[in-house]
Ligand binder design. Structure first.
Ligand SMILES: Cc1cc2nc3c(=O)[nH]c(=O)nc-3n(C[C@H](O)[C@H](O)[C@H](O)COP(=O)(O)OP(=O)(O)OC[C@H]3O[C@@H](n4cnc5c(N)ncnc54)[C@H](O)[C@@H]3O)c2cc1C
Ligand code: FES
Length: 589
């Protein structure tokens, strides 16, 4: 009979780590006597970061005595205490390769259901003093698991654990964990796991993504679709590194926006890009560090040539150089079209919402919809300062005219006397929540949103308020994406900078979105460490090659891994938390 050996609780506390402060509840202490277990927590317990931990499906974490013994031997440790692995219940019995997701247990007065394996996060490594711990727990198939509380009640160390129901598909915690994190994602087993109602919604989503990936006609592409973050998703790049393309036209679109048309120098058709994708340009205008910038494709997707449109920024290094010096006939170097901000198929309405130069990716989407004479309801919602800064006005109008169910609404924030209300623009002001409400934008729409930072902060909230589902709001940011640094208590948003100390002697690493090139220094354990030293916004969770939160686009160059990732990232992506440059790199960060 399995037995509850210890009930461990702990409230979040601030822990110093690598010069930073982590707010974490991973330190748990065993308690004596009965403890009340409630729907969200055991009394006296808490989580520091409710995004990654806690909640109804992750109310109680369980770890087994047998795994304590295993790790004591493997890691040569004799200092373990109950709660060592951040768990709430230390148990004798209930091994991960026997307990099934969906199993139900009675412990003391309470009843529980197994919902998912442990979350892979660096904080267990922090608690253990072993940074690789999150990956070790997965690769050695000893993750432990979470319980949902079905009936609240008191539990106490020494209580017997009685199984009252078997999980419906007989799939163990170890198997479900391996299905997501380890290579070889069997379609049949994925489909089966998705039949377990008790499996937590987060895991359902990840396993469904893996199943969809396995079902694509070309077979399973490389990478882990269940884990890849949206920022690094998208089809594989059509070529690796940078290749020369010839500028064949330069067109003025507005006072500050101009377009470059690009063709293969040998006249070959260029690989088709998806509507919404971007190209990355690398230049060496003054022989110094490279200038690397990305530009969304603004022309018809699938054409043999590409068009991108650039806004000349005051004092902008790349836009200024392109405007002043680049002419038809010049060769420029580009990385292949990339990005997951792409138009999804469907019959529901589409809202293409942009402001300023943010029109470029949604214009490519409008081209795609017009090319297929889409019968979808298509809304073109655009904000500009005035008519002199309204690029693509004729072009978008002509495309909308080809669509049977198109609506257009243009806002000028500061129209000039020459701008005609009702003709050139409809609203004097900005695109706002109030305006969307008045226009009656359809609630079931897919929204594609791109514009300046204030627009990107305000509009998603306004759309959600207008009743549009957040999952249908797709955004493109013309710069570094948001950072995700789970549990860090004090992360000031600082501009990127060169790292402190003498420059490294290794190959140059370019963070393209942040516009920074830095020489590598082998004193850094990983590219993630280097990025952090420069305050480049990064995303991570396990920091040891298992969760894929740090998966990022590699535009050129090659990396080595130490430690090796548990499952490979998608082609053209890398895991920055465990990789080091082999040669010069350009990263989509
Ligand atoms: C996925 C993606 C897609 C993109 N698509 C497009 C697109 O379609 N079209 C487009 O134009 N851009 C696009 N961008 C943005 C583009 O990559 C560049 O970041 C942008 O054009 C600015 O580059 P820059 O070299 O001209 O300016 P930078 O030199 O990088 O300067 C950045 C900002 O700082 C300001 N600045 C610089 N120096 C000074 C100074 N001395 N004093 C005061 N201010 C200063 C500039 O005015 C500018 O606003 C995209 C970016 C991404 C990541
Ligand atoms: S942070 Fe988890 S794989 Fe890199």
């Amino acid at each position: 009979m399995a037995k509850l050996l210890a009930v461990n609780v702990g409230l979040p506390q601030d822990i110093a780590w690598h010069g930073r402060t982590v707010h974490t509840g991973v330190w748990k202490q065993p308690v004596t006597g009965p403890r009340m277990v409630r729907r969200l927590n055991i009394d006296g317990d808490g989580q520091g970061d409710l995004q990654g931990h806690g909640g109804e499906h992750r109310a109680v974490l369980v770890y087994q005595l047998d795994s304590y013994r295993y790790w004591q031997e493997r890691l040569g440790r004799d200092d373990f205490v109950f709660g060592q692995f951040g768990e709430n219940f230390t148990v004798d019995g209930l091994p991960d390769d026997e307990v099934c997701v969906g199993d139900r247990y009675r412990i003391g007065e309470a009843t529980f259901e197994v919902t998912q394996p442990r979350v892979t996060c660096y904080r267990v490594g922090l608690r253990m003093g072993e940074p690789r711990m999150a990956a070790l727990l997965v690769s050695h198939r000893r993750p432990g698991f979470y319980l949902r509380v079905l009936t609240e009640g008191r539990v106490e160390a020494g209580d017997e654990i009685v199984r009252i129901e078997r999980g419906p598909q007989g799939m163990t915690v170890a198997e479900i964990d391996a299905l997501l994190y380890l290579p070889g994602h069997s379609r049949e087993r994925l489909a089966r796991a998705l039949l377990i109602p008790a499996l937590s919604p987060g895991w359902q989503t990840s396993l469904r993504a893996l199943l969809d990936q396995a079902a694509t006609p070309a077979g399973a592409p490389a990478g882990n679709a269940g884990l890849v973050p949206a920022t690094a998703a998208g089809p594989p790049a059509a070529w690796s590194g940078f290749r020369p393309l010839r500028v064949t036209r330069v067109d003025v679109e507005s006072e500050s926006v101009f377009s470059l048309t690009l063709e293969d120098p040998g006249g070959a058709a260029l690989p088709a890009a998806l509507p919404g994708q971007f190209l990355t340009l690398r230049m060496h205008p003054d022989g110094g560090p490279p200038l690397v910038r990305s530009y969304s494709l603004s022309g018809p997707p699938g054409a043999a040539r590409y068009r991108l449109s650039v806004k000349r920024e005051p004092h902008g290094a790349a836009s200024g150089h392109l405007r002043a010096h680049v002419r038809a006939g010049d060769l420029l170097e580009f990385a292949a079209p990339r990005g997951a901000f792409t138009l999804e198929a469907g019959d529901n309405p589409v809202l293409l919402m942009s402001a300023g130069i943010g029109a470029t990716p949604v214009l490519a989407m409008l081209y795609a919809l017009a090319a297929e004479r889409s019968t979808r309801e298509v809304w073109w919602l655009y904000g500009a300062r005035d008519g002199t800064e309204h690029p693509f006005a004729q072009e978008s109008g002509a495309l909308l005219a080809r669509l049977p169910h198109a609506r257009e609404h243009v806002c000028y924030s500061r129209p000039t006397a020459a701008d005609r209300p009702g003709v050139d623009y409809q609203t004097h002001g900005r695109l706002s929540g109030g305006l969307l409400g008045r226009l009656g934008v359809p609630r079931g729409a897919d929204v594609y949103l791109c514009g300046p930072s204030a627009f990107m902060t305000e509009l998603p909230a306004a759309l959600a308020e207008a009743g549009l589902a957040p999952g249908r709001i797709h955004t493109e940011v013309f710069g570094a994406g948001p950072a995700s640094t789970p549990g860090l208590a004090d992360v000031p948003a600082r501009p990127v900078h060169l790292p402190a100390g003498p420059p490294g002697t290794g190959p140059a690493v370019t963070f393209a979105r942040s516009g920074l090139t830095v020489p590598w220094d082998p004193d850094y354990a990983s590219l993630l460490d280097l990025a952090e030293a420069c305050d480049v916004p990064v995303r991570w969770s396990c920091r040891t090659g298992v969760c894929h939160s740090c998966e990022s686009g590699l535009l050129s160059g090659g990396v080595g891994y130490a430690p090796e990732p548990v499952d490979a990232p998608a082609d053209g992506n890398i895991l920055i938390c465990c990789s080091q440059p082999r040669d010069e790199l350009v990263l989509d960060l």
